[in-house]
Design a protein around this ligand. Sequence first.
Ligand code: GDP
Ligand code: MG
Length: 404
Amino acid sequence: MSDNWKVGKQKQKGLRKESEEAVLVGLVTYDQKKEAVEEYLDELEFLALTAGAKTRKRFVQRMKHPDVRTFVGKGKLQEIKDYIDKKEKVSMVIFDDDLSGKQTNILEEFLKVKIIDRSTLILDIFASRAQTAQAKTQVELAQMQYLLPRLRGLWTHLERQRGGIGMRGPGEQEIETDRRIVRDKIALLKKKLLKIDQQAQTRRRRRSGMIRLALVGYTNVGKSTLMNRLTKSDVFAEDKLFATLDTTVRKMVMDNMPFLITDTVGFIRKLPHHLIESFKSTLDEVKESDILLHVVDIAHPQFEDHIRTVNLTLQELDSYEKPTLMIYNKIDKYRNQYFDELLEEEGKEEIMGDLMDRLSNEFQHESIYISALNNENIDKLRDKVKEMVEKLYLERYPHQTKRW
Ligand code: GDP
Ligand code: MG
């Protein structure tokens, strides 16, 4: 039965905006703090919302490792079922970790609602956000790679559920497939991607003489907003995760120095591995850039964790050593959160001073504090950017009397 399932017409139905309700499930292992899992679930809830589902309840269980059949233990599973049975509008359960095809199938049989894991959710968001042929192909490839090891368990699941979150399938038409077909499809998509990559490479080569800056950072920190500020362009910014998937490149000129600036897709913790794999070419923009602008949302309670995630990803891309400016964004929101009206100016300065000391101690690069939204310190940022670009120009073209 494993090699006979249907994907259905998911794509046509797609996202049903905030019409679905969800329950979240996370595990705490013994070496983890419960708060850490709550943080992951906060993020999962935001991911669900981005995909269009409201979260009704969270279930957390402390276990050594997930159950191979049911992920959580029997008692917890029954507790989840009792809850869902009472709440008619709950149409899905979202797990914070990846499930096997078998687990998905067993859980769905028992709970009688859609079963989704973190990867499926992210893939669903990516699928709805992909605009260009490249992004669409990358998402489709990631979906196929996710599916391949799960085919055995999944078929009834996919057969029965059509449309809605997490069910956006790899194909437009209804297709019957099996591992071999999926493998063929993967090969085909890889070929297609290679061709697109080559075209992108040619495009990049054409721009190769120019200094290139890339905006990097966790998702939703304000990269696109800042891009708009700096280039006075109109890149899509929204208070959602991965508002944009495609990289946008703009040309800027400062003091007669032309350079390019790229807005990239945001990084995230627990990003499914096959996604990193298939989005490699997008990340090439980061790899091939000369200067990084690492944007951080300091109003986010876990922003330091976010910085570490981004730094790790940069290390994987061999890009950590590039000249980097840390841009601590959303100071307006930070102040709103941590300053109250009773606090004296001095107290405010002390809080900011402490924060700055702490961050400059922990994270190496040069830094600046701004609000992209309120245009605060943007001129100073421009000056810093100009300085960095100028330095590179002088290194690259030392003999030119007119430096560029
Ligand atoms: P990206 O995912 O990094 O590209 O982030 P976006 O540019 O899409 O911004 C995410 C959300 O943060 C949007 O709702 C922005 O309006 C908001 N935002 C960006 N910069 C600031 C800022 O300086 N202050 C505040 N309060 N919000 C901001
Ligand atoms: Mg963006």
